[in-house]
Design a protein around this ligand. Structure first.
Ligand code: SF4
Ligand code: SF4
Length: 530
């Protein structure tokens, strides 16, 4: 278990009870295919997918039902064979609690796949591989669900970090994945390393997972990558904190890890890269930990789109269960509707009970104890951010790097006044984002208005110029001879030439007269007279 590698601890962090043993007592189970699945089009970062099926369509497992809309988007697939019942808004797991667009599929019980094709990734260009992964719907399964093909478009790289820390209490799906499918994870890492031309690969796993560490070390043997056991400390699984811990490098404020030559992928994400490349399988299922106040906790392989109620039923919730959380207790989301489906971001379902999750005591005033600052892994001043957010002083909140807050909840966890600090930060962030959006729309509207005025002005000017040119031409035409023997320009030229000739002749005649010859000059003639 010992590491030869020097670690670079980040500041802060907390040690909540981990509750991981409950769900690691049995192997990964396969949840039976539900009769109906509702598959959201928005289950990745960026633009939601655009549905490409309609009610009544027959679909096969793995068939595209939603296409990526733009570069930062991803494809969505049917998790089983059957037919499309509807394309409509339905309950989804989202902090807003609002419904969202889903494709509802009724399975035919046959679970028939589309034709699948393995790819020799060494024979493909990086752009082709990224396209294959985008079309397979590969996104970050650690919770952020950012499209992986976008993150893979950064190379060469100094260090590829594989995030297998899984630091949040209760969640064990990555642990079980590593215990049971370590070889396949390594195959996925080889693909990512090849794509990003990474010089070094570090796989960070918290030291409370000795079986996963052993399995990954055995599988990584001979592949020139290092499995690093890191101390169990929440939130070491946050990308920035894990990068610092493993490399000593800090991701700049507001920047990306690639700015310091590093990229980070969750361990389950690289597993899906392997399935997509070596088996032609898109992401149609994921591992979900089901735990908390239940009779049977464990990890399930669950088709995307399965209602959470089916997972809860599998786990036999105890009678005093009073709610559910999607995700962990520190960063998770309360589920308001158990018909909401499992999505790519769903790593855990926790059944709550009053004894496991007692109500938070009433919040008291801040006593400026600074415990929150000591616990903050992002080196922020949570108490100051709290004041600014509460006073809606958003400029100050920005100045104090509100957007570096990873919403880990360490500050709330240690606050003796039980202030729900993270809720204030989320509120402030959403307000700022809404203001930014409004400002952008207003700027765009102003630019459109200014351009319209400029265009109208230009059209007016061009019209006036055309009018003037037309009038000038009319004047010239009016001055032309009536019979029009030559065109206007030639006629004018000829008239001038004739006038010059007559002037010369007159001068010559006058000169002769002055010498005594009687010469009478002819009257002026026009060219048309000849
Ligand atoms: S821990 Fe709570 S009481 Fe203490 S400074 Fe932070 S917000 Fe205030
Ligand atoms: S939630 Fe934000 S402010 Fe609070 S400890 Fe985490 S990073 Fe710091």
């Amino acid at each position: 278990m010992a590491n030869p590698r020097t670690l670079f601890p980040f500041n802060g962090g907390v040690h909540p009870p981990d509750h991981k043993a409950e769900s690691t007592q049995r192997p990964i189970a396969i949840l039976p295919m539900p009769k109906r699945l509702s598959v959201p089009m928005r289950q990745h970062g960026g633009n939601p997918a655009k549905p490409v099926v309609q009610a009544g369509d027959a679909v096969l497992k793995g068939q595209v039902i939603g296409e990526a809309d733009g570069y930062i988007s991803s494809f969505v697939h049917a998790p089983t064979s059957g037919h499309v019942v509807s394309v409509a808004t339905m309950p989804v797991p989202h902090p807003s609690g609002l419904d969202d667009l889903c494709v509802e599929i009724e399975g035919d019980g046959e679970d028939r796949w589309i034709a699948r094709q393995a790819v020799d990734y060494l024979a493909r260009t990086p752009a082709e591989l990224r396209d294959i992964l985008c079309r397979a719907g590969v996104v970050g399964l650690g919770g952020a669900v950012f499209p992986s093909h976008v993150k893979l478009n950064a190379h060469p790289l100094d260090t590829l970090v594989i995030n297998a820390a899984e630091c949040e209490p209760y969640i064990t799906c990555d642990d079980m994945l590593m215990r049971e499918r370590a070889d396949e994870i390594i195959q996925g890492i080889l693909i990512a390393r090849h794509l990003m031309e990474a010089k070094e690969v570090l796989i960070g796993i918290e030291d409370n997972k000795p079986q996963a560490i052993a399995a990954m070390r055995a599988a990584a043997h001979g592949h020139d990558m290092e499995v690093v056991a890191v101390p169990t400390l929440y939130p070491s699984g946050s990308a920035k904190q894990l990068i610092q811990l493993l490399t000593g490098k800090e991701v700049p404020s507001g920047g990306l890890p690639t700015a310091i030559g590093i990229q980070c992928f969750n361990v389950a994400t690289v597993y899906t890269m392997h399935r997509a490349i070596h088996f032609g399988e898109p992401v149609v299922s994921r591992l979900v930990t089901v735990t908390g106040n239940v009779g049977q906790a464990g990890n399930l392989e669950v088709p995307i789109g399965t209602p959470f109620g089916e997972l809860a039923a599998w786990a036999s919730p105890k009678p005093d269960t009073d709610g559910y959380i999607m995700g962990g207790p520190m960063m998770g989301l309360p589920l308001t509707d158990m018909n909401a489906p499992v999505v790519k971001a769903s790593n855990c379902l926790i059944a709550r009970s009053p004894s496991l999750f007692p109500d938070a005591p009433r919040a008291m005033p801040c006593i400026r104890c600074t415990r929150c600052a000591q616990a903050c892994p992002a080196d922020l001043q949570p108490q100051e951010l709290f004041w600014f957010a509460r006073a809606s002083n958003f400029d100050k909140a920005r100045e104090y790097k509100l957007f570096d807050c990873i919403e880990c909840g360490c500050c709330s966890y240690v606050c003796p006044s039980h202030i729900p600090l993270v809720q204030f930060y989320r509120y402030a962030k959403s307000e700022i984002q809404a203001q930014d959006k409004d400002k952008k729309l207003a700027d765009q509207a102003r630019e459109r208005h200014e351009y319209r005025e400029f265009r109208q002005e230009r059209e007016k000017r061009e019209k006036a110029e055309k009018h003037a040119a037309k009038a000038a031409l009319a004047k010239v035409v009016a001055s032309e001879p009536a019979d029009g023997a030559a065109d206007g320009a030639d006629a004018k030229k000829a008239a001038i030439q004739a006038a010059v000739e007559r002037a010369k002749a007159k001068k010559a005649a006058m000169a002769l007269n002055s010498q005594g010859d009687a010469v009478t000059p002819e009257p002026d003639k026009q060219p048309g007279d000849q």
